[in-house]
Design a protein around this ligand. Structure first.
Ligand SMILES: [Zn+2]
Length: 316
């Protein structure tokens, strides 16, 4: 039902899925920078539409609630399912004749504090995001990780330092705010993160107290900063800054983003969740986006056809 032409394409409906280039008709799974674009006609959830417009300006978007079928032409209809990744993130299920295709976009199965729980959608053909498709990317439950992060933040503050929590401005940052809410920290947010929090609030997500972080005025506070801003004035002017990252890449050993230390907390599925998705969805064929060759080997050992999505260059 689909083909790879530098991007993921469903020819019957002339519909592109998360294309990296400007297209006439595109489904956008969520509002992270590597998924959005100024396409002519876009299908997305209401929250993704709001986040996209905040980042890109006015766009022609058909906003779809989860679970509602929509005819997209060429004998194809589609509906969206929650992906559990960030606010608004959706998987798309496309049906044509007797064939059912699911494209997950970025997803995570563990419960999120800021978005709807992910669905596992039974299908014939599964195109899935596999960023952490290696066995050593098994993440502990958040109920174990968050108390460790909170204890670390408290220890830094008690020692007169300023904990700088490195988290993406869209998604991870808001999730950490909610996860840390019961611990009662004073939170100061970098401007990019603060701007996205405002859109989450417009979409109905509620947060505890927080403020916009100002350079030199962060003493006694936990400061949330996007990783790319780890050398910004907010960090440079903080009193004895200690950089702490929350990311799946923490499993690789040395902390990423020049952080002093890191904790395994991600908004992507870990290895076990990837396998669970395939086991429950029972697709005939799996096509992987991102990740490692060995995840496909794990699927093939289980008798499942698995291929990188980029290898699918012939239309069916
Ligand atoms: Zn994403």
């Amino acid at each position: 039902m689909f083909v790879w032409r530098d991007d993921l394409h469903v020819p019957a409906a002339d519909l592109w899925l998360d294309p990296g280039h400007r297209k006439a008709r595109a489904f956008v799974s969520h509002a992270h920078g590597d998924h959005i674009g100024r396409h002519q006609q876009i299908w997305a959830t209401k929250a993704t539409a709001a986040l996209m417009r905040a980042r890109l300006g006015p766009l022609q978007i058909t906003e779809l609630p989860f679970g509602e079928w929509c005819d997209v032409g060429g004998g194809c209809r589609l509906r969206l399912h929650p992906a559990g990744h960030i606010l608004g993130a959706a998987q798309v299920e496309i049906v044509r004749g007797s064939e059912r295709l699911v494209y997950t976009g970025d997803f995570r199965l563990e419960r999120s504090e800021t978005c709807e729980p992910a669905a596992i959608v039974p299908c014939d053909v599964l195109v899935m995001e596999c960023t952490f498709g290696r066995p050593h990317y098994r993440f502990p439950p958040r109920s174990e990780v968050v108390p460790l992060i909170a204890a670390d933040l408290r220890a830094v503050l008690a020692g007169g330092g300023t904990p700088i929590l490195l988290a993406y401005a869209l998604g991870r940052g808001q999730e950490l705010m909610k996860l840390l809410e019961p611990h009662g920290f004073e939170l100061a947010l970098a401007p990019a993160l603060h701007a996205m929090v405002k859109i989450y609030e417009e979409q109905g997500v509620r947060f505890g107290p927080y403020e916009l972080a100002r350079p030199g005025q962060t003493r006694g506070k936990v400061v949330l900063v996007p990783p790319h801003a780890s050398t910004s004035q907010l960090v440079l002017q903080a009193q004895r800054p200690v950089l702490i990252a929350a990311t799946g890449w923490a499993r690789d050993g040395a902390p990423p983003y020049r952080a002093d230390r890191s904790y395994a907390l991600s908004d992507h599925a870990d290895f076990d969740e990837l396998l669970r998705y395939v086991t429950v969805a029972r697709p005939r064929e799996v096509y992987t986006v991102h990740g490692f060759d060995e995840f496909r080997d794990h699927l093939r050992e289980r008798g499942i056809f698995a291929s990188p999505v980029t290898a699918r260059v012939v239309a069916s």
